[in-house]
Write a protein that binds this ligand. Structure first.
Ligand code: M6R
Length: 617
């Protein structure tokens, strides 16, 4: 949610910033802007709309400066307009700032600053902070222990902020310094050859360097042309750890695909292979996780697991619930992170708290994790982004290794979360009642997954053809039972987020308790079925829809005996172990949603109102 890129080095900042913003655009895309320190001062450009609009604007300007900051916005305070776009310059012209997060007490700040003569041009919370930094710079700032007056002013202003921020700032009197800071919103420092970059995530800097410092909450960094120094609100100058990122540049590029989403759907066999790599025991009967940080003995003391997350990751939690209760026989609860963090839920003493998050930065999930830690619970995270805040703050974790997911609609991250959920069920199950033979069966089934997903992907043209025939409908129902219910929820979320079609997911049998009122020839249903004990019940639910003239697309396992002529369209996935069926059933609906959205002319990778990483509450 909002992307920040800052640059100081030998190259033309304008070019570096634009390239970084294009790579970060998936974080927010309602407006974009940059400030370059050029000759004697800031040159600020900001434009509502996509980064391409900003590129046109700055393309007209001769900007040679090699120090600059930039931003791509997802609006929180103030509508989408050029004046609300970042950067924001303080009214005395001294400070320029880009910000990701929400300054909750900006109203108080603004009232105070108005009394001091500062003025405001935008409706944003960020402008209050740029003015507050300017205030401290003018009134009280002085260099201390080798830190500049500008740095001391930023540090002082941040002490007054309630809320969250990732920021990059420049000062008109300091052509050799850029400052970054974070609390609750991500910010990393890229350490290159004779250059430094600040960015909200790795994708913006990967073409320059793979050496990064993940800033921690409450840290503030001063970056000059030849060095950087990190401090906190209580200590000047603290040690920094430089990590190496192992992404390849191609991972964050579309290649020959028209959209990241399609590329990422097709990357699923490889992503799943990576999630499993090196994680099965030598005897092939269980899973192993390096970062789990919980001994088998400690795990045996756990009586209950709480999973908590948001959006698609929450659907992964629901599948995990099904698999862990089924194979490990531990009671599992699933909560929305946004509810859990404020609900003060009583938890059993021996509860393990698990969060699932692709980005590792989702603010509600982070809040839930912190709340669980505060109460003394053991916490684990399944996350895709190495070094993300949640991955670092959880007591232990399992990385997905799915590679960067750029499309706003989560696809490969979801299926790799389901694979890890199945492996957790296997591992915990084998510590309890699951036999060696059952463990071996499950491992073999998981190993077959990449190939089976490849077989589903071969139906792309068939699914595209179905999509063409259904793209004009305004409403859809997605219906499934047991572990297929979360897949129905995921299918409906995928469709609505990228095609803006109204869609609802329900347990198939619940349909009779209300949603059936929606069924008509204008509201198609997507059903999910595998060859299990509820298959015939699902067929009865389909009959009920057909009796009301509803069209039905059935996503089903190969061996299901579907009555001839019952459904209007079918997408078949290979049979398999119960643990992998939800994954195989997901891929067809990802493709269906994708092709429907393309058919409707939607911007698949950047759906309206959404952002990839939700770092505001
Ligand atoms: O990064 P996270 O997994 O924590 O993100 C959670 C949700 O914001 C995310 O899954 C969202 O629902 C996606 N747009 C779904 O496609």
């Amino acid at each position: 949610m909002c992307g920040i890129v800052g640059y100081i080095g030998n190259q033309t900042a304008k070019t570096v910033l634009l390239e970084g913003l294009r790579r970060l655009e998936y974080r927010g895309y309602d407006s974009a802007g940059m400030a370059v320190y050029d000759r004697d001062g800031f040159n600020v450009s900001k434009k509502s709309g996509r980064v391409a609009n900003l590129a046109m604007e700055v393309g007209k300007r001769e900007l040679e400066g090699s120090l600059g900051i930039s931003h791509t916005r997802w609006a929180t305070h103030g509508g989408v307009s050029d004046s609300n776009a970042h950067p924001h310059v303080s009214s005395d012209g001294k400070i320029v700032l880009v910000h990701n997060g929400v300054i909750e007490n900006f109203g108080d700040m603004k009232r105070f600053l108005l009394t001091k003569g500062y003025t405001f041009e935008s409706e944003t919370d960020t402008e209050a902070l740029s003015n507050l930094i300017a205030y401290h710079y003018e009134k009280e700032g002085r260099p201390t222990n080798g830190f500049s007056r500008f740095f001391m002013a930023v540090r002082k202003a941040l002490r007054h902020v309630e809320g969250t921020y990732g920021i990059a700032a420049l000062c008109v009197d300091c052509p050799e310094e850029m400052i970054g800071a974070r609390k609750g919103s991500p910010l990393i420092l890229g350490v290159g050859q004779d250059e430094f970059l600040l960015a909200s995530d790795v994708s913006a800097i990967i073409t320059h360097t793979s050496n990064v410092v993940y800033l921690n909450d409450d840290e503030i960094v001063s970056v000059t042309r030849d060095k950087f120094q990190i401090s906190t609100s209580s200590e000047l100058g603290v040690d920094a750890i430089i990590d190496t990122v192992n992404w390849k540049i191609e991972d964050s590029e579309k290649g020959d695909y028209p959209h990241f989403m399609l590329k990422e759907i097709f990357e699923q066999p490889a992503a799943i292979e990576n999630a499993m790599r090196g994680r099965f025991s030598d005897d092939g009967s269980t899973a192993n996780f390096g970062g789990w940080n919980l001994s088998p003995h400690e795990l045996r003391q756990i009586d209950r697991i709480l999973f908590t997350s948001c959006g698609t990751a929450w659907h992964a939690c629901l599948v995990a619930e099904h698999l862990i209760e089924r194979f490990a026989r531990i009671p599992v609860e699933v909560e929305y992170a946004s509810e859990f963090r404020y609900r003060n839920a009583p938890l059993d003493k021996n509860t393990l708290v698990f969060v699932i998050t692709q980005s590792g930065e989702t603010i509600d999930t982070l809040g839930a994790l912190r709340e669980a830690k505060r109460k003394g619970y053991r916490t684990l995270a399944i996350s895709n982004v190495v070094g993300s805040t949640i991955a670092r703050e959880a007591d232990g974790g399992i990385y997905q290794h799915a590679g960067p997911e750029i499309g706003v609609a989560s696809t490969k991250a979801f299926t790799s979360q389901l694979v890890i959920a199945a492996m957790v069920a296997l591992y915990v199950g084998r510590l309890r009642d699951m036999s060696f033979a059952s463990g071996v069966k499950m491992v073999e089934a998981l190993k077959e997954l990449p190939d089976k997903i490849g077989r589903v992907l071969k139906q792309n043209d068939h699914i595209k053809d179905i999509a063409r025939r259904y793209a004009h409908y305004a409403d859809f129902l997605f219906l499934g039972r047991q572990s297929m219910f979360p897949i129905a929820l995921e299918g409906s979320l995928k469709l609505k987020e990228i095609s803006y079609i109204h869609a609802e997911g329900y347990p198939a049998a619940e349909m009779k308790h209300g949603p059936i009122a929606l069924i008509s020839e204008d509201c198609p249903s997507v059903f999910f079925a595998s060859n299990d004990e509820v298959f015939h019940k699902v067929i009865s639910n389909i009959q009920e829809v057909k009796a009301r003239k509803g069209k039905v697309i059935l996503v089903h396992a190969e061996s299901c005996d579907v009555p001839e002529g019952l459904v209007d369209d079918a997408i078949i996935f290979p049979d398999g172990h119960e643990a992998i069926i939800p994954i195989l059933a997901t891929v067809p609906v990802q493709l269906l949603s994708y092709h429907i959205a393309v058919e409707r002319g939607c911007d698949v990778d950047k759906p309206r109102n959404l952002a990839k990483s939700v770092t505001v509450e």
